[in-house]
Each structure stands twice: as structure tokens, then as C-alpha cells.
Design a protein around this ligand. Structure first.
Ligand SMILES: [Zn+2]
Length: 94
């Protein structure tokens, strides 16, 4: 009878949450995924295939305004923060 975490296996961004649910700030700062994607900045650096891109830890807005996957290092440089409209930390569901 414990209140287990809701299963987010349906990854759609705007799931159909009950309207009465209290908005939880945290939900805008974290997103549950199944596998870490590659960091888009690292991918650019690794286009020649000589290196392996790092895994992204964030999906967020960059100082250039585009949304992209970023590893910690690139998030520190290019990210604009966490929260609604800014960025989300990626959490892998095991
Ligand atoms: Zn990176």
C-alpha cells in the first residue's frame, strides 16, 4: 500500500496529469528517461569518429537559445539553469 513512484514509462512531455494535482516545481527540473543520450556538444566535437561523445546529463536551453542535450561540462558552460523553460536534469530509470 506504499505510494510508489508513478510509472513514467509513457515519456510524452505533457502526460495527462490530473488537473487537480499540485504543481511540483521539481517535476520541471528532472526528467526520467531510459538511457542517457549523447551530449550534442560532444557529438559535434567527435564528428570525425576519433572520440566518443560523453553522455548527456541535462536537456536544456543554451545561451544561444537552442535546446540540446548536454553533459555536465557543457551544461556548466552553455546551460542557463534548471527549471521550467530552462533545463532539466536527466534521470535514468533502472
Ligand atoms: Zn559535452
Amino acid at each position: 500500500m506504499s505510494e510508489e513512484a508513478v510509472d513514467h514509462s509513457n515519456d510524452s512531455f505533457n502526460g495527462d496529469r490530473p488537473a487537480c494535482e499540485e504543481p511540483d516545481k521539481e517535476q520541471y527540473e528532472e526528467v526520467i528517461i531510459h538511457n542517457y543520450p549523447d551530449c550534442d556538444f560532444c557529438k559535434k566535437d567527435c564528428e570525425d569518429g576519433a572520440k566518443t561523445p560523453r553522455k548527456a546529463k541535462y536537456d536544456g536551453k543554451t545561451t544561444l537559445g537552442a535546446w540540446t542535450y548536454m553533459c555536465q561540462e557543457h551544461f556548466d558552460v552553455h546551460g542557463v539553469g534548471l527549471g521550467l523553460g530552462r533545463g532539466q536534469r536527466l534521470l535514468v530509470l533502472r
